[in-house]
Write a protein that binds this ligand. Structure first.
Ligand code: NDP
Length: 237
């Protein structure tokens, strides 16, 4: 197991689901963990009590609040940008404001957060975004805008890897497939359809995504940068 003692990790969107599994995994590896949340104060408090991590309320859709929350933490060794939302459905009837809010959280916030954290990040730091296999493949109708946000992350990851590489800072995306969470429950209405697209036909566990994230954050991944690390049971194969 990676040893993150002496390192500070900030997980954006850590109160539930994949983000909470990442908070637990980094705390187990002895990192000093801070995580943000938007609305789930109770879940955030419970997780903070369980792990010793610190919870900070900051809505990723509010750029000033987000960048201020990041700046307030001082130097961050590992930034994991997990906060994300999913708006899917018929593009002709989907609410335009919901789409714009998704773009704010899934695209604008990761860019501004990564840049803000990089201002103070020590050499050898890590910036990790939680993208999606849908950045590569969207085999069902209704996912255009969501896929657009996750494809946009790919360009950001490649570009920022070039910007910060001279400092030994790596920038990567973890791209999960269907992962058991409130957003996409393993027993939800879309599960069977999702498993139909996969080679290994089950939901991914949040802990499996967290394990890959810890590897990319760790010392053995120093030469992995500008990359998309897909963990999707073959969804995009
Ligand atoms: P959940 O909806 O289960 O959890 C989302 C987490 O993000 C919560 O902790 C939530 O906090 C936080 N969050 C959402 N919006 C904001 C915001 N505006 N500001 C701060 N925090 C916010 O989602 P998952 O765990 O399933 O997804 C996590 C990431 O993984 C997302 O980026 C998603 O796109 C991606 N992903 C998920 C897949 C899946 O199948 N589950 C597949 C591929 C990618 P709060 O409750 O406090 O609002």
């Amino acid at each position: 197991m990676a040893d993150f003692s002496g390192k500070t990790a900030l997980i954006l969107g850590g109160s539930r689901g994949i983000g909470a599994a990442i908070v637990r995994r980094f705390a187990q590896a002895e990192a000093r963990v801070i995580f943000t949340y938007a609305g789930s104060a109770e879940a955030a408090e419970r997780l903070a009590a369980e792990t010793g991590a610190r919870a900070v309320q900051a809505d990723s859709a509010d750029r000033d609040a987000l960048t201020a929350a990041i700046a307030a933490q001082g130097p961050i060794d590992m930034l994991v940008i997990n906060a994300g939302t999913l708006a899917i459905g018929d593009p002709l009837t989907l609410d335009a404001d919901a789409i714009d809010r998704m773009i704010d959280i899934n695209v604008r916030a990761p860019y501004h957060a990564a840049v803000e954290a990089a201002r103070r990040m020590p050499d050898g730091g890590r910036i990790i975004v939680i993208g999606s296999t849908n950045g590569d493949r969207i085999p069902f109708a209704g996912g255009a805008a969501y896929a657009m946000t996750k494809s946009a992350m790919q360009g950001m990851v490649r570009g920022l890897a070039r910007d910060f590489g001279a400092r030994g800072i790596t920038v990567n995306s973890i791209q999960p497939g269907p992962t058991d969470s409130d957003m996409n429950p393993a027993d939800g209405p879309m599960a069977e359809q999702m498993h139909g697209f996969m080679a290994v036909k089950r939901h991914i566990r949040p802990e499996e995504v967290a394990e890959l994230t810890a590897y990319i954050a760790g010392p053995h991944a120093a030469m992995i940068t500008g990359s998309m690390q897909t963990i999707d049971g073959g969804f995009a194969a």
